[in-house]
Design a protein around this ligand. Structure first.
Ligand code: OSB
Ligand code: MG
Length: 368
C-alpha cells in the first residue's frame, strides 16, 4: 500500500432522537470520515468517532483534524506500508490521540482488505460470522418512556438492554425494569459519574442481578475501581479507563474489572483491540465491543471486531436506522433477532454513498 491522498470529511448527521449520557447530550452526531486513496487507485474508509468537545475523551473534532492533518497524514503519504499494522510504528512520535489514530488505521484496514480481496473480519482473525447485539438506552428521565423503550427493543430482539445511569437516575430505573420485565439481560453504564463515596449506590444495584456495571468511577481511574470491585459482586466493566493494552494489563492485574468494553477508537484502533482481546482472553476476562453512535463506516469496524475470539457478551451495535434517518453507506446495517453479520465482500463490505457524504458535509480537508 502507498497512500497518496488523505481526505477528511467532517459530517454532521442529525440523530433521530437525542442520546443522553451522564456527561452530555448528543443531538447531532458530528464525525470525521477518513478516506485514504492508494497509489493503485483503491480507496479505504475509516471513521474518527470523536465528540465536538472533550466530553467522552480529551480528544475533540478539532484536535483530531489537527493531529491527522499535521502529523499522521504526512507520516504516511507516499510512504510504503506492507500492512496496516505498520501505521503505529510510523506514528510512534505522536502520543495519545488514539481516536484520531484509529480513524486512519480503520481506513488502512479497509484499503488493505480490499487490495487482498478479503472481508475485514477475516483479516482481523475473527472466529465467527455473526455478532450478538445489545442496545444502549440513554438517560430518558421519564420512567414510563424508559419502560416503553425497553419493551420496544426487547421486541426487536436485542440480546440485552443497557441503560445509562447518573446520580439520581440509577437504582429506580433498574428496579422498575426488573418489576416490569423480570430477569431480562440487563446492565448499566455510569460513564464515570460516581466516586468511591457513592459505594452505597452500587451495593444497592448489587441486588438486581445485573450482568455488569460499566465505568462507575472516574474516566482516568484504575485503582479505585479495584476497591469497588472487591466490595460488590456485580462484575465491573471498564470503558473510559481502558485506553490501551497497558491500562488493560493494569486493570486486570489489580482486579479493577472482570469485563472490558473495548471501543476500537478509544484504544487507538483495531490492532490494539486485538492485543487487548488476546491479553484479556489469557486472563479469563471477557470483552465486548462498545459503540460511539458511529455511522455505517465506523459501525462496520465494530462488527468486524465483534467477531474476535474473546468477545463474550453482546456488543453495543444497533441497526443504522436506530440512530439515523439515513446512513451514509449502502446497504445499511440491520440487526435481526439480536444478531448482525459482517459482509463477505472485501474490506468493510459496504459502499459509501457520495451524495449523502456531500449532503451532511460541514468541511472537507484534503492532504496529498
Ligand atoms: O459509554 O458506551 C458509552 C455513546 C456515546 C458515548 C459513550 C457511550 C455511548 C453508548 C452508545 O453507550 C453505544 C452505541 O450504540 O453506539
Ligand atoms: Mg460506556
Amino acid at each position: 500500500m502507498k497512500p497518496i491522498k488523505v481526505t477528511l470529511h467532517h459530517l454532521a448527521l442529525p440523530l433521530k432522537r437525542p442520546f443522553q449520557t451522564s456527561f452530555g447530550k448528543y443531538v447531532i452526531r458530528n464525525t470525521i470520515i477518513v478516506e485514504v486513496e492508494d497509489s493503485s487507485g483503491e480507496v479505504g474508509w475509516g471513521e474518527v468517532a470523536v465528540d465536538e468537545g472533550p466530553w467522552y475523551s480529551y480528544e475533540t473534532l478539532k484536535t483530531a483534524m489537527h493531529i491527522i492533518g499535521d502529523f499522521i497524514a504526512p507520516a504516511i503519504i507516499r510512504k510504503e506500508l506492507n500492512d496496516p499494522t505498520e501505521l503505529q510504528e510510523k506514528i510512534r512520535h505522536v502520543r495519545g490521540h488514539r481516536i484520531a489514530k484509529a480513524g486512519v488505521e480503520d481506513a488502512l484496514w479497509d484499503l488493505y482488505s480490499k487490495l487482498l480481496g478479503k472481508p475485514l473480519y477475516k483479516m482481523l482473525g475473527g472466529i465467527r460470522d455473526y455478532v450478538e447485539c445489545g442496545v444502549s438506552i440513554g438517560i430518558i428521565g421519564d420512567m414510563d418512556m424508559l419502560i416503553e423503550s425497553v419493551g420496544k427493543y426487547l421486541n426487536e430482539g436485542y440480546k440485552r438492554i443497557k441503560i445509562k445511569i447518573k446520580h439520581g437516575w440509577d437504582v429506580d430505573p433498574v428496579k422498575e425494569i426488573r418489576k416490569t420485565y423480570g430477569e431480562i439481560p440487563l446492565q448499566v453504564d455510569a460513564n464515570a459519574d460516581y466516586d468511591l463515596e457513592d459505594i452505597e449506590v452500587f451495593r444497592e444495584l448489587d441486588n438486581y442481578n445485573l450482568i455488569m456495571v460499566e465505568q462507575p468511577l472516574s474516566y482516568d481511574d484504575i485503582y479505585d475501581h479495584s476497591i469497588l470491585q472487591s466490595e460488590i459482586k456485580t462484575p465491573v466493566c471498564l470503558d473510559e479507563s481502558i485506553k490501551s493494552i497497558y491500562d488493560a494489563k493494569a486493570a486486570i492485574k489489580l482486579g479493577s474489572c472482570r469485563i472490558i468494553n473495548v471501543k476500537p477508537p478509544r484504544v487507538g484502533g483495531l490492532l490494539e483491540t486485538i492485543k487487548i482481546n488476546n491479553y484479556a482472553e489469557k486472563h479469563g476476562v471477557g470483552i465486548w465491543i462498545g459503540g460511539m453512535l458511529e455511522t455505517g463506516i465506523g459501525r462496520a469496524r465494530l462488527i468486524a471486531a465483534g467477531t474476535l475470539s474473546n468477545v463474550k457478551y453482546p456488543c453495543d451495535i444497533s441497526s443504522s436506522s436506530r440512530y439515523y434517518e439515513e446512513d451514509i453507506i449502502e446497504p445499511e446495517w440491520v440487526v435481526r433477532d439480536g444478531i448482525i453479520n459482517p459482509l463477505s465482500k472485501a474490506g468493510i463490505g459496504v459502499e459509501v454513498v457520495e451524495e449523502r457524504l456531500n449532503k451532511y458535509l460541514v468541511e472537507r480537508k484534503v492532504y496529498r
